[in-house]
Design a protein around this ligand. Sequence first.
Ligand code: 5GP
Ligand code: ZN
Length: 123
Amino acid sequence: MHWILLYTVAVMSCLFCKIIEGTIPSTAVYQDEQCYAFADIHPQAPIHILIAPRAHIVSLNEAGGGDRALLGHLLWAAAEIARSKGLAKGYRVVVNTGEDGGQTVDHLHVHLLGGRSLSWPPG
Ligand code: 5GP
Ligand code: ZN
């Protein structure tokens, strides 16, 4: 019972859960039963889309063995969106994780960046 309460509190206070629910507006790009993809509010490239699981998972580090198919699904969705956006020259997929990884929203999400030449390494 305790974990259900903790999960509910986390979901209620989570920005991306609110976006997925529709409480906070967003520009939807793709969605299915497992994930919701939407335009980043502060794009770092001409195409900058976030792909988030509908389930509240804090980060890649909190994804468990039972989430392996979901993690694969998120990458597949990123590639599918990239194809639909015509990113034939390439793109980048990023999962910022934790404090050192630069994660600012504690709901797992995949960044899809494209539409320009991207430099490497990141800062
Ligand atoms: P992170 O830094 O956690 O990897 O990525 C969080 C991303 O969410 C950032 O790129 C940021 O611009 C985006 N973001 C933050 N708040 C909002 C919001 O309210 N709406 C949308 N669409 N994107 C947001
Ligand atoms: Zn959430």
